[in-house]
Design a protein around this ligand. Structure first.
Ligand code: GDP
Ligand code: MG
Length: 637
C-alpha cells in the first residue's frame, strides 16, 4: 500500500475526557463497524472495561475514509499556515490530496487515560505519527492531559487539538480561553483547535480531515528488508502468541518465515491480518501499516513487546546487518505484592496465567518467591493499585484463579547496622529491628490541579499523608496547580480516591518518583490465634501504626468466619502487642440455620468447610478465607 494514503494516530486525553466515545463516531463515520454490531465505547472490548467504563488496554482499529471537499475552516488553516508551528505546516500538496476525495487508511489506537496505564499509552505513541489531543470543555486541561501530551511530544508526533463535549453547557469565554491554552501548548493558532462532540458527532468529520492534513504519512522504506515493531501481544489457544505490529520497513506475507530479533525465536507466520477491530486476515502488509501476526509460538516469553520482527530471507542475504528498532524502556514497578496460589497444586496454573497475562500487559512484572507459611508463590510488580486490582480481576475472570494476595507495599532500602544496604520487596523480608540502622522509602514529586475553593482541603490531605506542598501556580482565576512531595507508599494506596472526594471529583493528579528518604518506619504484624499471618504484615510509619493496626484487626474480625472457639486477633510491633480484639466462638453448628431438608445446600457448605481445612492447617488453628486478604487491604489502605 502507498504510504501517502496511510495515517496512523491515537487519541490522547485525561481519563473520561471522551476518547473512546469520539472513537465511536469515527467508526460510524468510516463505516468500520456495522450498525448491527455497534455498541457504545466500542473499542473497550474487555468485559472489565465495559463494567468500569474505563479503557485499560490499547485497541487498534483500521478505518478507510474518503474525505469530502475541504470546508471553510481548513481554508482558514491554509491562510494561517505561515503561523503554523514547525513540522506541522500544511503543505499545498496535502490540501490537494485531501481535496481529491481519495481514500485514506486510518489506523487509530485508542488508549487508556489513567496514570496506572501510562505504559500502554507510551507504546501506542511509538507506533503512530500523530495524536489528537482531546480536552473536555467542562474539565479543562488536567494532569494526564499534560503528561500524555508530553509523551507525544517526546516522540515528535504531530498533534491535532480539539475541545470535546461541546454539546454541554459552557460559556463562549471559557471555550475561547481553553482553545488559546491548547493552541499554546501544541504551538498552533487557536482557530486550528476544533470544537467537537463525541456524543452528537459534531465536528468529528472535520477532525478526521484535519488528521489527514496535519499528521504526516509514515516515512518507512517499502523496498528495504522487513522491520516491524511489536507494540502489543496476546495469547490465543489456537494461534499461539499473536503479536500486534507496526511495519516500519519492508513487507511481510502470509507464510513468511520470521525471526524475533531480541529473543531469537523463529517461526512461520500462521496468519497475518489487520484490526477492524476484529482480527481480519489479509495476504500481506507493507511499510507504514499496522496489523498482527499469529506466530504459532506457544511459549509467551519468546515474544516480547518492543522486539523487532525481521524476515528470514530465502536467498543468501544475511539479516545480521539489520538494525533493530529502538523498542521500549522497561517500566518501573512501583507497587509490590505477593501472590500465592489458593491451593499448592495450582502453582503452575498461576504461573502460566501470569505469563499469558504479561503478553497482554507489558507493565506487569513477576518473579518466583518462596515464603515459609504460604509456600511457593510470586512477587508481582505493578504501576499502581488500580493496575493491581485489574490484574487480580483478570486472573479471576480469564483464568478462574483466586490467589492469596499480600498487602501491597513499595520497595524499601534498608541500611543495616553492619553497614550493608539491602532492598526489600516484602515486609516479611525486613530484618529484625535491632539489626536496622535506617529504612528508606521512595518519595514522589507531583502536581495536583484543583479549583481554588478546594485548595485548603487538598493541602491538608497532602499533610495528613506525611507530605508537603511546594509552590502554587495559578492556572486561571479559579484553577491552581499545587506542587507536592509525598512518600510513594501514601500515594499508591488510595490518595487518588481521597483527593477526588476532597475536591468533589475535580482534582487531577500526576507524579513521578523523585528519590529516597529515610522514614520512621516499623513492621506491623497481625496475629490470629497467636500465629503471625505473614500476608497481613506491612511496613508503616510509626505514627500511624496504632490506627492502622486497630483498623486492620477490626476488619479481620468482621470478615473472619467464627470458629468453635474464641479467636484473638492482635496487632504487634516486634514483640509488643499494640491492639487486640476477640472474635467470639460460634454458637451454632455451621449448618444449623439451614433447617429443613435442603441436603445439597448443606453439602455445599460442608464442602466449602472441607476445602477451607487446607488453609486451616496452614494458619494454625484458624481458617482465613482467601478474599479476606484483599478485603482487608481495601478497607485499611
Ligand atoms: P475516555 O476515558 O476518554 O475514553 O472517555 P469515554 O469515551 O469513556 O467517555 C467518558 C464519559 O463522557 C462517558 O460517560 C461518555 O458518555 C461521556 N462523553 C464522551 N464524549 C462526550 C460528549 O461529547 N458529550 C457529552 N455530553 N458526554 C460525552
Ligand atoms: Mg476510553
Amino acid at each position: 500500500m502507498n504510504q501517502e494514503q496511510i495515517r496512523n494516530f491515537c487519541i490522547t486525553a485525561h481519563i473520561d475526557h471522551g476518547k473512546s466515545t469520539l472513537a465511536d463516531r469515527f467508526l460510524e463515520l468510516t463505516g468500520a463497524v456495522s450498525q448491527r454490531e455497534f455498541r457504545n465505547q466500542f473499542l473497550d472490548q474487555m468485559e472489565l472495561e465495559r463494567e468500569r467504563g474505563i479503557t485499560i488496554k490499547m485497541q487498534p482499529v483500521r478505518m478507510t475514509y474518503r474525505p469530502q471537499i475541504l470546508s471553510s475552516k481548513h481554508e482558514i488553516l491554509n491562510k494561517s499556515k505561515t503561523q503554523n508551528s514547525k513540522g506541522l505546516e500544511i503543505r499545498n500538496s496535502d490540501l490537494e490530496i485531501a481535496n481529491s476525495t481519495q481514500e485514506f487508511v486510518l489506523n487509530l489506537i485508542d488508549t487508556p487515560g489513567h496514570v496506572d496505564f501510562t505504559y500502554e499509552v507510551s507504546r501506542s505513541l511509538a507506533a503512530v505519527e500523530g495524536a489528537i489531543l482531546l480536552v473536555d470543555i467542562t474539565q479543562g486541561i488536567q494532569a494526564q492531559t499534560l503528561a500524555n501530551l508530553h509523551l507525544a511530544q517526546k516522540q515528535n508526533l504531530a498533534i491535532v487539538g480539539a475541545v470535546n463535549k461541546i454539546d454541554l453547557n459552557h460559556s463562549k469565554a471559557d471555550l475561547e480561553a481553553l482553545k488559546s491554552k491548547i493552541a499554546e501548548l501544541i504551538n498552533c493558532s487557536p482557530e486550528e483547535i476544533l470544537e467537537v462532540s463525541g456524543k452528537t458527532g459534531q465536528g468529528a468529520a472535520e477532525l478526521l480531515r484535519l488528521v489527514i492534513l496535519k499528521i504526516p504519512p509514515p516515512q518507512g522504506k517499502p523496498e528495504a528488508l522487513l522491520r516491524a515493531l511489536v507494540f502489543d501481544s496476546f495469547y490465543d489457544s489456537f494461534k499461539g502468541v499473536v503479536a500486534c505490529i507496526r511495519l516500519v520497513d519492508g513487507e511481510v506475507k502470509q507464510g513468511d518465515r520470521i525471526k524475533l530479533f531480541a529473543s531469537g525465536a523463529e517461526t512461520e507466520i500462521l496468519e497475518l491480518g489487520i484490526f477492524k477491530p476484529k482480527l481480519t486476515p489479509v495476504g500481506s502488509l507493507s511499510a507504514g501499516e499496522i496489523g498482527y501476526i499469529a506466530t504459532g509460538i506457544k511459549d509467551p516469553s519468546l515474544v516480547r513487546v518492543g522486539d523487532t520482527v525481521v524476515k528470514i530471507p530465502n536467498s543468501q542475504f544475511s539479516i545480521s546487518n539489520i538494525i533493530p528498532l529502538p523498542g521500549y524502556q522497561e517500566p518501573q514497578s512501583l507497587v509490590f505484592v505477593n501472590f500465592y496460589p489458593e491451593d499448592t497444586n495450582r502453582f503452575e496454573l498461576l504461573e502460566n496465567a501470569l505469563k499469558k497475562l504479561k503478553l497482554n500487559d507489558a507493565a506487569l512484572f513477576f518473579a518466583k518467591e518462596k515464603q515459609e507459611v504460604l509456600g511457593q508463590g510470586f512477587r508481582l510488580g505493578f504501576l499502581g493499585s488500580l493496575h493491581l486490582e485489574i490484574v487480580k480481576e483478570r486472573l479471576r475472570r480469564e483464568y478462574q484463579l483466586n490467589p492469596i494476595i499480600t498487602i501491597p507495599t513499595v520497595k524499601h532500602q534498608v541500611i543495616l547496622k553492619a553497614g550493608e544496604e539491602i532492598e526489600i520487596f516484602s515486609p516479611n523480608d525486613l530484618p529484625s529491628a535491632d539489626k536496622i540502622s535506617e529504612i528508606k522509602e521512595p518519595w514522589v514529586k507531583g502536581e495536583i490541579i484543583v479549583a481554588n475553593i478546594y485548595l485548603s482541603q487538598v493541602l491538608s490531605l497532602v499533610q495528613l499523608n506525611r507530605g508537603w506542598a511546594g509552590g502554587l501556580e495559578n492556572m486561571s482565576n479559579e484553577i491552581v496547580l499545587v506542587n507536592f512531595h509525598l512518600p510513594l507508599a501514601e500515594i499508591i494506596l488510595d490518595f487518588y480516591d481521597k483527593l477526588k472526594s476532597a475536591s468533589r471529583g475535580y482534582a487531577s493528579l500526576s507524579y513521578e518518583v523523585s528519590g529516597w528518604q529515610a522514614g520512621d518506619l516499623v513492621k506491623l504484624d497481625i496475629l490470629i490465634a497467636n500465629e503471625k499471618v505473614d500476608a497481613f504484615a506491612r511496613i508503616v510509619p510509626r505514627e500511624k501504626a496504632d490506627s492502622i493496626g486497630r483498623q486492620t484487626i477490626e476488619k479481620i474480625k468482621e470478615l473472619l468466619p467464627r470458629e468453635a472457639f474464641a479467636v484473638a486477633i492482635q496487632a504487634a510491633i516486634g514483640s509488643k502487642i499494640i491492639a487486640r480484639v476477640t472474635l467470639s466462638a460460634m454458637k451454632k453448628d455451621v449448618t444449623g440455620h439451614l433447617y429443613g431438608g435442603d441436603r445439597t445446600r448443606k453439602m455445599k457448605l460442608w464442602e466449602k468447610q472441607q476445602k477451607g481445612k487446607k488453609r486451616l492447617a496452614k494458619f494454625g488453628k484458624v481458617q482465613v478465607p482467601n478474599e479476606v486478604f484483599f478485603e482487608v487491604f481495601k478497607a485499611t489502605k
